[in-house]
Design a protein around this ligand. Structure first.
Ligand code: C5P
Length: 217
């Protein structure tokens, strides 16, 4: 039987990463954080001394990554830096970069590692482009102010210096880039369940998501 696919999309710091992890664990499904793939491309390009704005170099980097490279980069602490996130949002607007990562994502959904019965993919365009036939699609949102506060707490929590106004501005810049790009903009799929986590904690968001997923035929 075909593996089940849960697609979880949404903007930065909406809570989709935490939600995806909990849902995958509860269902025993494999998890792919697709933002990590774009971060891996950006990080690899930066380390090669490349220019993030060089679209040909970004595409070549994306095409050159082996499964092993992806595994190593995804486990690299530098993947979580804000500079890597901003780089990811630049390279992810390049159509050839997105095309180069398509097979990896679809392969993961079709053949979840470890023989899992299904896969949870979280990102920006899983329900719209990568897995349009997903069994359950969620679009997770929260107000920019709430998301900036969450990101600020995360940064302060790991000892980074940050101020709210800067975090909010970076968040809005990244939202604008992700929503306005020509290829795979951040938009909810028509059949996605909209989950606004502005006033929900992680446990409440998880309960709402599982209720929706279990209601699927
Ligand atoms: O979710 P995360 O913050 O790790 O994503 C980093 C960047 O990668 C996003 O700002 C977005 O530009 C890009 N991305 C994307 N498509 C995805 C996942 C992430 O374009 N499916």
């Amino acid at each position: 039987t075909r593996p089940l696919v849960v697609a979880i999309d949404g903007p930065a710091a909406s809570g989709k990463g935490t939600l995806a992890r909990r849902v995958a664990q509860a269902l025993g499904f494999a998890l792919l954080d697709t933002g990590g793939l774009y971060r891996a491309v950006a990080l690899s390009l930066i380390r090669r001394g490349g220019d993030l704005r060089d679209t040909a170099a970004a595409a070549a980097t994306a095409r050159s990554l082996t499964h092993g490279d992806i595994e190593n980069l995804m486990a690299d602490p530098a993947l979580r830096l804000d500079s890597t996130a901003q780089g990811a949002s630049i390279v992810s607007a390049v159509p050839d970069v997105r095309a180069a990562l398509l097979d990896f994502q679809r392969g993961f959904a079709a053949h979840p590692p470890g023989g899992a019965k299904g896969a949870v993919l979280d990102g920006r365009d899983i329900g719209t482009v990568i897995c349009p036939a997903a069994d359950a699609k969620l679009f997770v949102t929260a107000s920019p102010e709430v998301r900036a506060q969450r990101r600020l707490n995360e940064l302060l929590g790991r000892g980074d210096a940050a101020i709210y106004a800067d975090v909010l501005k970076d968040m809005k810049d990244r939202d604008a880039r992700d929503s306005q790009r020509a290829v795979s903009p951040l938009v909810p799929a028509a059949d996605a369940y909209l989950l606004d986590t502005s006033s929900l904690d992680a446990a409440q968001a998880f309960d709402a998501a599982m209720t929706f997923i279990r209601s699927r035929p």
